[in-house]
Design a binder for this molecule. Structure first.
Ligand code: 5GP
Ligand code: MN
Length: 339
């Protein structure tokens, strides 16, 4: 769905503009890949482009070309605020509601005079942008940025930097091209990105084969904590703050852990509950196979959302209370989970 005309965007981008690009809070590979991919694309013209991440992101993304130019709103608030106030255009990437950029940054974007352009594949997008390119069938926002560049008739402007960033986000959001959202078109886009300079094995290596020893030990603990509820085809994992501290947890260390639950034979619903004492919340990540919508489940019970098969949320109860609540809800979904 595109509101507003692509020809209007072409017109706007015809002359130099102050442009800000914002991914969601706790940015993942798709959020940073799409933001930096779009950054490198737009930066070839006379525009003045900035990427403002709401907060820090994992080490395994810090090799991305352009990483050094990324501003962090949480750490550099006044300079970020200036850029937002001055912007003619703000791209919001890989999120569907302004609060997903964080409450303060979300408000700053909302009140800025800039025209907003949303590019996103999450369900139920809010209506805040002058141009909304939302498509929940897409594998990733990175694939949509590729489509956006195609709509502008500028695929020839995909440099190796753009290609590398977009490949990264497609790879991470599709679980390395294996989730249901991966289409033949996704592979065609990926192939073109390789032709344009994305080196697939180097990207996989940089993202997936740079583990710390302590992260693998933490994964070991998570696997010991894995519980299965065969009646509901459900598996869940818990990690307490104490366990995270024992294994020197760093941002991004638990990325992908929830998928191990889903890899069990006959399991179609997996959850991980991670205690965060600093924010006084339990971070909830949910994954499913088939039609069971974790987006709906998260919206209904854990103040979150996302996609049909991948969603996140939070709980303000204790870790144990959160798990008890989760288990007590499952009987309501028995029909859907036992199909
Ligand atoms: P994760 O479990 O990896 O944090 O998130 C899975 C998916 O759900 C991601 O696409 C993420 O953007 C989305 N998501 C995570 N947390 C939230 C949330 O609180 N609200 C919404 N709307 N989406 C979320
Ligand atoms: Mn995404």
């Amino acid at each position: 769905m595109i509101l507003g005309q692509i020809s209007d965007i072409k017109q706007i981008l015809n002359s130099p503009k102050d442009i800000v690009i914002v991914p969601h809070r706790n940015p993942d590979g798709d959020a940073m890949g799409s933001s930096l991919g779009l950054y490198h694309f737009l930066n070839q013209n006379e525009h003045n482009v900035d990427v403002i991440a709401p907060n820090d992101y994992p080490e395994f993304l810090k090799w991305l070309p352009g990483n050094d130019v990324v501003l962090k709103y949480e750490e550099q608030m006044s300079i970020c605020q200036e850029k937002i106030d001055r912007a003619d255009l703000i791209f919001t990437l890989d999120f569907n509601a302004l609060h997903r950029a964080g409450d303060e940054l979300g408000k700053a974007i909302e009140t800025s005079k800039a025209d907003k352009i949303m590019i996103d594949h999450h369900q139920q997008p809010d209506d805040y942008a002058a141009f909304t390119y939302s498509d929940v069938s897409m594998s990733s926002t990175c694939e949509m940025v590729y489509n956006f560049i195609e709509m502008l008739d500028q695929l020839d402007k995909i440099t190796p930097e753009v290609a590398t960033c977009l490949y990264t986000g497609i790879m991470t959001d599709t679980g390395s091209f294996r989730f249901q959202s991966t289409t033949s078109r996704t592979h065609r886009v990926t192939a073109d990105l390789m032709d344009k300079g994305a080196v697939n094995f180097q990207i996989h290596n940089a993202v997936y084969d740079t583990n710390s020893y302590s992260r693998l030990q933490l994964l070991g603990r998570a696997m010991q904590n894995l519980k299965v509820l065969p009646e509901y085809k459900t598996a869940y994992i818990t990690l307490s703050q104490e366990e995270l501290d024992t294994f020197q947890f760093k941002k991004g260390d638990t990325e992908g852990f929830v998928n191990y639950g889903l890899s069990l034979k006959d399991v179609i619903f997996a959850a991980i509950f991670i205690e965060n004492q600093q924010d006084a919340i339990i971070k909830v990540s949910l994954r499913s196979k088939g039609n069971f919508s974790v987006n709906e489940f998260s919206r209904a019970h854990f103040n979150g959302g996302g996609h049909t098969n991948a969603a996140g949320g939070r709980s303000h109860l204790t870790l144990k209370e959160t798990v008890d609540k989760f288990i007590s809800i499952l009987p309501h979904y028995k029909a859907q989970l036992s199909q």
